[in-house]
Design a protein around this ligand. Structure first.
Ligand code: HEC
Ligand code: HEC
Ligand code: HEC
Ligand code: HEC
Ligand code: HEC
Length: 193
């Protein structure tokens, strides 16, 4: 069994001794979604008559649209020594922050709606399930780096060292160019306070 919930283990698997500040997957990172029909068919059944009926497969299943690139690295994931398809399926689908962890005091205290707009979500349109950086900036962006913002620190580090990789929130995205959403978030944090 992998560590979860009240387990004292912080990491999903034992990190190498040389890990330092490097990233290693922690428990409580991913939330599950309904994995089968049972959840739905308790209400959607022939008995209740609530539509869609179990037999109308197409009401719930469509051809899967192309998926955006995930903040996921299959090679790195393999080195973690985890063989859990469901966890990897979630990770692969993360098109915003691959390292974001749900089970973490400062994150778990927030209402889900701080980051997820459930009414606008359509799983057939991956762009609608993405979490925007504005949801992180309230805490991780500050007027300047000296005020402790991780986003400020990484943007400043990139300016100093062009090869700097952003690792706080990202697995693979952190090697790429800085999106304007990130610099806009810094500007907003600088003017708000
Ligand atoms: C501080 C922001 C934040 C809060 C609060 C939050 N989430 Fe998330 N959640 C995220 C991010 C970021 C992702 C990754 C989205 C992506 O990259 O597509 C995510 C992904 C998910 C997923 C997809 C599986 C996964 O873990 O990648 C589910 C399901 C989910 N959240 C449910 C919830 C529920 C339920 C709550 C409230 C109990 C919640 N979230 C609260 C930020 C948050
Ligand atoms: C607690 C009861 C309940 C559960 C559990 C439930 N549903 Fe529903 N669902 C409803 C009701 C009530 C409606 C509205 C039916 C209507 O308007 O005739 C509905 C409507 C829908 C619709 C039609 C929405 C539309 O816009 O036409 C879809 C699709 C659907 N549900 C999918 C699901 C899926 C997928 C699950 C499982 C993950 C699920 N439901 C679980 C009660 C439930
Ligand atoms: C009320 C909505 C609903 C209806 C109707 C429905 N399903 Fe599903 N189905 C779901 C949900 C929700 C899941 C779980 C999705 C997940 O794991 O991400 C699922 C999962 C599945 C899976 C597993 C998919 C996978 O990726 O492993 C299969 C296969 C499937 N359904 C086939 C069918 C068939 C065939 C029918 C019609 C006889 C049907 N479903 C009717 C909601 C529905
Ligand atoms: C506090 C967390 C956080 C930090 C720090 C962070 N990012 Fe992001 N990043 C996000 C979120 C959330 C998204 C998805 C939504 C968005 O772009 O607003 C994202 C998206 C991206 C994307 C995908 C492109 C896109 O527009 O969706 C790239 C590339 C990226 N970030 C690069 C970087 C780089 C480079 C750094 C370091 C300078 C960095 N990020 C620092 C949270 C972060
Ligand atoms: C309400 C404030 C708040 C929000 C909103 C928030 N965080 Fe955090 N987060 C924190 C605090 C506090 C910490 C602990 C100090 C630190 O590591 O910066 C933390 C830690 C983290 C860590 C390190 C966790 C660990 O276990 O090492 C990551 C990664 C992270 N946040 C990403 C995000 C991303 C991505 C978002 C937006 C989707 C986000 N956070 C939104 C307050 C927040």
């Amino acid at each position: 069994m992998l560590p979860q919930d009240k387990s004292d283990d912080e990491f999903v698997t034992k990190p190498p001794a040389t890990i330092g500040d490097g990233f290693w997957l922690k428990k409580g990172t991913f939330k599950s979604a309904p994995t089968g029909h049972t959840t739905c068919f308790t209400c959607h059944s022939a008995d209740t008559g609530i539509l869609p009926a179990p037999q109308t497969c197409a009401a719930c299943h469509q051809l899967k649209p192309p998926q955006p690139a995930g903040d996921f690295d299959a090679k790195f994931a393999a080195t973690l020594g985890i063989d859990n398809k469901m966890m990897f399926d979630s990770w692969r689908r993360r098109s915003s922050a691959g390292t974001f962890r749900h089970e973490w005091f400062s994150h778990a205290e927030l209402s889900c709606a701080t980051c997820h707009n459930v009414l606008k979500m359509d799983t057939a349109k991956p762009e609608t399930t993405k979490v925007g950086i504005a949801s992180c900036a309230t805490c991780h962006a500050t007027p300047t780096s000296d005020d402790g913002g991780a986003l400020n620190f990484e943007i400043d580090s990139r300016a100093k060292t062009p090869t700097f990789q952003c690792v706080k929130c990202h697995i693979t995205f952190g090697k790429m160019a800085i999106p304007t959403s990130h610099t806009d978030a810094i500007k907003a944090a600088a003017t708000a306070k």
